[in-house]
Design a protein around this ligand. Structure first.
Ligand code: PLP
Length: 232
């Protein structure tokens, strides 16, 4: 089932790239495996999937220890400051930096560990109360302050778009994040690249790709519905 799902997602990614005149290799599919067992991740791995996303540090570390070492683990969920130390050298990219305070702690721990941490700034484009992330207006200022921190690489922006019935409704959200990343890139801030735009989930990744996404985070579309009632 997972192999078939991946093929279906792959076909939709390719079609969206074609519609937008973009190259397929400029979009990375992150298979969001939160709540899903290792055996399902192995199945995806078996057909070539290498980028996986988790939203909890503990779960990411448990799976990482059990699974092949060439998997790239993306931390996509809110990061608590007391988890920073364990997380930073086990993820290829932290998608969810939403305050200078968190960025400072990541930087400080990275200096102690002697590693460099790649991060995205999470932007709450639609201004939903329930979501983490800074406002679009705050983003440039935060990026500029973060740029001065050692052992931190700012690679781009991330957003979680609202849950909508028609994905077209999120097109303005995605185009706004894209525009914001272009505005920031034009400032040529030292230590800041805007090469990553992490946007698009199962319901809306095709629209996100048409609007410039370079990383789509697809959970349900790859692994099926999540069951939060089952204890793992
Ligand atoms: C769970 C999650 C996803 C995947 O959601 P689906 O709708 O299942 O594709 C993507 N991004 C983040 C930040 C998530 O927490």
């Amino acid at each position: 089932m997972i192999a078939e799902n991946l093929t279906a997602v792959e076909n939709k990614i390719s079609a969206a790239c074609q519609r937008a005149g973009r190259r397929r290799e400029n979009v990375t599919l992150i298979a969001v495996s939160k709540t899903k067992p290792e055996v399902m991740i192995e199945e995806a791995y078996g057909v070539g999937q290498r980028d996986f996303g988790e939203n909890k540090v503990q779960e990411l570390i448990r799976k990482r220890d059990l699974l092949p070492k060439d998997i790239r683990w993306h931390l996509i969920g809110h990061l608590q400051t007391n988890k920073v130390r364990t997380a930073i050298d086990k993820t290829c990219l932290i998608h969810s930096v939403d305050s200078l305070h968190l960025a400072e702690i990541i930087s400080k721990e990275a200096v102690k560990k002697g590693c460099t941490v790649s991060v995205l700034v999470e932007v709450n484009v639609a201004g939903e109360d329930t979501k983490f992330g800074v406002t679009p207006e705050e983003t440039i200022g935060l990026v500029e302050s973060m740029a001065a921190l050692p052992n931190l690489k700012i690679e781009g922006l991330m957003t979680i778009a609202p849950f909508v019935n028609n994905p077209e409704e999120n097109r303005p959200v995605f185009s706004k994040l894209k525009q914001l990343s272009v505005d920031i890139a034009m400032k040529n801030i030292n230590n800041v690249s805007m090469r990553v735009l992490s946007m698009g989930m199962t319901n809306d990744y095709e629209v996100a790709i048409e609007e410039g996404s370079t990383m789509v985070r697809v959970g349900t579309g790859v692994f099926g519905e999540r069951d939060y009632t089952a204890r793992q």
